[in-house]
Design a protein around this ligand. Structure first.
Ligand SMILES: Cc1ncc(COP(=O)(O)O)c(C=O)c1O
Length: 297
């Protein structure tokens, strides 16, 4: 399978671990496992639990504990609607591989993470780009989206909050996108890896999987939760779709590492503390955080 080179990843690979100041960082400053354990307040129990962990493949679809914690991030999802993956990047790749075939019409809202147009292109889909513009506050023009829709549109791929612009679609706008998609029975894939970092309230905007029966939300531990090194992500969506994704996932994942899932569950169960720190940093009120003190994507 031919695929375009992943521009931002290649650029980051070259520079991110050798630069003094990483101004291209996209995660909330990563925390150490020690900081996670302190924030979770579980100091004495962790080693015992790790020692007792049997290093088999573990729960194939993701541990119940983690899937329950992830489901708790959504309004209408339960364990059965969550599948764990190798990062959000793994979740996105699996959704595209599962749903897109040669010749399908896909609308990708850009700029965005390159997966959302280069993977469908590599599969042979007809990918049309809907450009975000500064004059619209980098929010999609929904009339333009309506005009691009076709009876055979298979997917609208988007990202909220948006990387790289930071623009945030609210619940009403997501619901309108769902209505537009519904007319063609199209899927809406929303990469929500930055969910939790909104500038107000609890940081969580609405999720497409809670708004639309063909809505798929992908996310992971890297950004708001400051734990990119765990390489854990997930797909949240209809159970029947997850069963189809499993067919592909059996070929390239088997299961996600048990240690990674363990610490991810711990983090999500302690997300109040983790997000309190994240919001101090991303909302500009942190005194302790220093640019460039850590290195990660
Ligand atoms: C929009 C977007 N999606 C997915 C990813 C990959 O995230 P993860 O580290 O969870 O695989 C990134 C990483 O920068 C991203 O910006």
């Amino acid at each position: 399978m031919k695929i375009a080179t992943f521009g931002v990843e290649m650029w980051m690979n070259e520079f991110e671990n050798h630069c003094r100041y990483n101004l291209a960082e996209t995660c909330v400053d990563s925390i150490t496992l020690g900081e996670l354990i302190d924030m979770a307040g579980v100091d004495n129990s962790v080693l015992g639990e790790l020692r007792g962990m049997r290093m088999g493949y573990g729960a194939i679809e993701g541990s119940d504990r983690l899937r329950d914690a992830v489901a708790g991030l959504y309004e209408t999802q339960s364990r059965e609607n969550i599948l764990t993956t190798h990062g959000t990047i793994g979740a996105n790749a699996l959704v595209h591989q599962t749903l897109i075939s040669r010749g399908d019409h896909v609308i990708a809202i850009v700029p965005t993470y390159q997966q959302h147009y280069s993977i469908p292109e590599s599969i042979g889909a007809e990918v049309e780009l809907l450009h975000l513009r500064p004059e619209n506050g980098f929010l999609p023009d929904l009339n333009e989206l309506r005009a691009m829709m076709r009876p055979d549109t298979r997917m609208i791929a988007t990202n909220n909050p948006n990387n790289p612009t930071g623009a945030l679609m609210d619940r009403a706008m997501l619901a309108e996108i769902a209505e537009i998609a519904r007319g063609s029975e199209a899927w809406v894939l929303c990469d929500e890896v930055y969910r939790g970092t909104d500038q107000t309230g609890d940081g969580y905007t609405a999720s497409i999987c809670d708004l639309y029966d063909r809505g798929i939300s992908t996310a992971g531990m890297s950004k708001a939760y400051s734990l990119a090194g765990l390489r854990v992500g997930w797909v949240a969506g209809p159970q029947a779709l997850l069963e189809k994704i499993m067919i592909h996932r059996d070929y390239n994942t088997i299961s996600v590492g048990g240690i990674d899932e363990y610490f991810s569950a711990l983090a999500l169960e302690s997300r109040a503390q983790i997000l309190e720190r994240a919001h101090r940093i991303t909302r500009g009120t942190s005194k302790s955080w220093q640019i460039g003190s850590r290195r990660s994507r």
